[in-house]
Design a protein around this ligand. Structure first.
Ligand code: SAH
Ligand code: SF4
Length: 447
């Protein structure tokens, strides 16, 4: 149904943004700080505000600040929110329940952005990797891994990482910055764009039916207006791309809220996993405020080895980490915590290590499963991957103790898309530079 209301208050209390912000100089304008209409929201260079990443309430506040009366702003906020996050629309003109005259008013003042795609690569095994760029020119990556029964999007939370796990390529990047809410949720939205997976409207579904095409039906043959996993390519999200998500807690939380909102991207929290290297103080908040599945990068069972390969261990040790896992809100036998364990030759892969792992998990009565990750090599890495026989022996010990311990199949290695290989080309460094960087980061962690 098309709404025929007029521009409620539009333009009556506020002039167009461009008129409010004269840029000095005729030929070579010098950048001036742009006014902030609502706390923390800064217009783009062209004066328009990007609403990607904002919650419904903030969108309504911006509409009000731009001149709509409160009631109209609330209604328009709700409508735009729906088109933006639920339908994936980036053009106000396509928002058919908003009055035709209102759409250009919105487009003049607001924009719905996406991270820029610099490069899209396809692996021979079907894995896809996108090199993305923020509006201020920082590169980061996201990866899509299709499987027979699911499709997982691996989302980045930071450009680079402040931590420096010795086996991780991302850890050799200097952290450039945290990704914003829009840049995080924008990855999921870009993936849906690329895979053509936005829920269709009832009208579109009906026209498809009339054309004799397949419908978006559930097992009872009913139309599914929402985003349901069945028949989809993108079914799961893991916060396992670049960066430590719990060091960018607020933005990750706000982005995942948009992903989980039934009126937003509507993906079930059960299909979302956040992976942390063990930032204990934020783990409890993660359970309380986000409530997604937790994966913990354990990787070693002794202080000596974990200090070396996951240096945050010097700050937050194994015992405290496991105790924090035991009290993680939402963990249960039905929703077990995943412990990631990278298999490094002669470093952490002995039978004794496997037995100690079992002992620790049992001691803390953890509803756990262990994910064994064959080490993915990268140029200059100081480790080698354990042999397949060693990995199998390790897995058997854990499995025989009653804990599931599958070995993760490396995916997308040919396009450097596998775990720990993410690092943008602009950031490739020499071994000497990396050693210097490790020393700097170690020093920073020690304080
Ligand atoms: N920073 C978070 C999430 C991103 S890393 C974390 O550390 O948990 C996602 C997973 O890939 C982590 O378990 C990480 O330890 C693992 N990983 C990093 N480098 C790897 C490599 N070279 N080979 C295999 N796994 C790696
Ligand atoms: Fe950062 Fe995770 Fe890589 Fe460690 S493994 S350096 S925490 S991205």
């Amino acid at each position: 149904m098309t709404d025929t209301t007029t521009l409620e208050g539009a333009g009556q209390t506020a002039a167009p943004l461009s008129a409010q912000m004269p840029i000095p100089g005729h030929i070579d304008p010098v950048p001036v700080p742009r006014p902030t209409l609502v706390d923390g929201v800064t217009p783009r260079e062209d004066g328009r505000i990007d609403v990607l990443g904002l919650p419904k309430k903030r969108i309504a506040e911006l509409f009000e600040a731009a001149g709509l009366d409160a009631k109209a702003a609330k209604l328009r906020g709700k409508q735009v929110y729906h088109w933006l996050y639920h339908r994936g629309v980036t053009d106000f003109e396509a928002m058919t329940d908003i009055a035709k005259t209102m759409r250009p008013w919105l487009a003049e003042r607001f924009v719905i952005g996406r991270p820029e795609i610099v490069e899209a690569q396809h692996s021979t095994d079907g894995t896809r990797k996108w090199l993305l760029r923020t509006a201020d020119g920082h590169d980061f990556e996201m990866v899509f891994i299709p499987d027979a029964d699911r499709g997982t999007l691996c989302v980045s939370s930071q450009v680079g990482c402040t931590l420096n796990c010795r086996f991780c390529h991302t850890g050799t990047m200097r952290l450039v910055r945290n990704l914003t809410v829009g840049e995080i949720v924008g990855q999921v939205m870009l993936a849906r764009d690329s895979l053509g997976e936005w829920p269709r409207t009832a009208a579109e579904a009906a026209s498809k039916t009339m054309a004799g095409l397949d419908q978006d039906e559930d097992e009872n043959g009913e139309y599914q207006g929402d985003y349901h996993a069945s028949g989809r390519l993108l079914t799961n999200i893991v916060m396992m791309g670049m960066g430590e998500p719990l060091y960018n807690f607020d933005n990750v939380r706000d982005a995942l809220k948009l992903v989980m909102d039934g009126e937003g991207l509507a993906l079930s929290r059960r299909r979302i996993t956040l992976s942390t290297s063990g930032v204990i103080p934020q783990m409890e908040r993660c359970g309380q405020e986000i409530g997604v599945n937790l994966a913990v990068s354990l990787h070693a069972v002794t202080k000596e080895v974990r200090d070396e390969i996951v240096p945050i261990n010097k700050k937050y040790g194994i015992e405290d980490l496991l105790a924090a896992c035991a009290s993680y809100h939402g963990a249960s036998n039905a929703r077990r915590i995943t412990f990631e364990y990278v298999m490094l030759k002669d470093k952490n892969d002995s039978d004794e290590d496997a037995r100690e792992l079992v002992r620790l998990l049992k001691h803390y009565k953890l509803p756990a499963k262990v994910n064994l990750i064959p080490f993915n090599p990268w140029p200059g890495a100081a480790y080698e991957c354990s042999t397949p026989e060693r990995i199998r022996a390790f897995s058997n010990i854990v499995f025989e103790a009653g804990i599931s311990a599958p070995v993760r199949t490396p995916r997308g290695r040919d396009i450097d898309a596998a775990c720990g290989q993410l690092k943008t080309a602009a950031e490739k460094r020499s071994r000497a530079e990396m050693d210097r960087l490790y020393a700097e980061k170690d020093a920073a962690l020690a304080v």
